[in-house]
Design a binder for this molecule. Structure first.
Ligand SMILES: NC(=O)c1ccc[n+]([C@@H]2O[C@H](COP(=O)([O-])OP(=O)(O)OC[C@H]3O[C@@H](n4cnc5c(N)ncnc54)[C@H](OP(=O)(O)O)[C@@H]3O)[C@@H](O)[C@H]2O)c1
Length: 307
């Protein structure tokens, strides 16, 4: 089976390459090999390669940056997705496109299903919502997989940022006084992490497995699905789990003090949903199950600490 992968250098793209099933002939294209905003390049490449499947792992994912750069976010996330859907339609290829929990406004206090109304709060979310609609309107057999809080050993993500900040905080603190050596460093940099936004962190490797399993479904699956990690928690709780896990793996890991703050105290350019937990019942019905956080997080932290 020939599979054309876009955004091959991203977190999901890298994990899909790591997990490529033996029966796939994978054509992994990063942005320099295929820019999905270039409709003619997409059209030519898909017509030339005649893939059985296209996986769109390419996206504009810088949520805050998108507020001041909406044109580029929409170009990649809407037009790029539409170019791939149109080219797939012409070539008779199937398409799996990836979207986000940030299509929701976070007003619900129960997990969002595929039937719930999408009302994005930021430009990134708006661009991803229009992108998934463009795909489903253009290609009725397309698969759209929404996910949440993606992390991995690759690229930029929250886990990597937390470990980097912990390392930087550890270097800032010279334990000169006796009480510092034993307890909380008096001059430690406190990490202020948002505690009133809830997500389900998803390992990109688990997401890649879900993509592969979804594509292999018989009878073939199509339409909108949710897939995310099995545990819902706030960014603050996630940070605590990351540091606990790092300390279990490396006793010398110095855990920085954490302070729970409200999103309103953290003046991010983009507004984010307070609760964007995705219900995964529909995909579970296909035998594809969310993975526990501890199972997935531990090897990622091990890989990142070893770098
Ligand atoms: N990351 C998250 O927390 C998160 C949460 C929910 C949903 N998602 C969705 O999950 C999917 C995968 O996310 P990810 O974390 O793997 O993203 P990622 O690591 O940011 O990777 C996205 C890739 O797309 C590439 N790209 C950007 N513009 C492109 C263009 N015009 N043509 C071709 N490639 C282009 C990027 O290349 P450059 O590096 O050169 O820009 C990057 O390699 C995306 O659809 C995203 O919206 C992500």
């Amino acid at each position: 089976m020939k599979v054309l992968l876009t955004g091959a250098d991203g977190q999901l793209g890298r994990c899909l390459q790591d997990r490529c099933p033996a029966h796939w002939r994978l054509l992994a294209l990063n942005r320099s090999r295929l820019d999905i905003t270039d409709s003619q390049a997409v059209s030519r490449r898909v017509a030339l390669e005649q893939p059985d499947w296209i996986i769109n792992a390419a996206a504009y994912t810088a949520v805050d940056q998108a507020e001041g750069d909406a044109e580029q976010a929409f170009s990649v996330n809407v037009k790029g997705a539409a170019h791939l859907a149109e080219a797939a339609g012409r070539a008779g290829a199937r398409l799996l496109h990836v979207s986000t929990d940030y299509v929701f406004d976070g007003q619900l206090r129960r997990p969002y299903t595929e039937q719930d109304a999408a009302r994005p709060l930021n430009e990134y979310g708006r661009s991803k919502l229009l992108g998934e609609r463009a795909v489903l309107q253009s290609l009725s057999q397309a698969l759209v997989l929404r996910t949440s809080g993606v992390y991995s050993e690759y690229g930029n993500n929250f886990v990597k940022t937390m470990l980097r900040l912990a390392a930087a905080a550890g270097k800032e603190v010279a334990p000169t006084k006796p009480e510092n050596a034993a307890g909380q460093p008096s001059n430690a940099a406190v990490l202020r992490i948002v505690a009133d936004q809830h997500i389900c962190p998803t390992y990109a490797g688990d997401l890649a497995d879900a993509v592969i399993d979804l594509m292999a479904c018989s009878p073939p699956a199509s339409g909108l699905y949710h897939y995310c990690g099995a545990m819902q928690l706030s960014w603050h709780e996630f940070a605590q789990h990351i540091f606990d896990c790092a300390q279990r793996q490396d006793a010398s890991f110095s855990m920085p003090p954490l302070q729970a703050i409200s999103a309103s105290d953290y003046s991010a350019p983009a507004q984010r949903p307070a609760y964007s937990v995705l219900a995964c019942e529909k995909i579970k019905g296909l035998g594809i199950w969310p993975k526990p956080l501890f199972v997935s997080l531990s090897p990622v932290i091990k890989a990142l600490l070893a770098k």
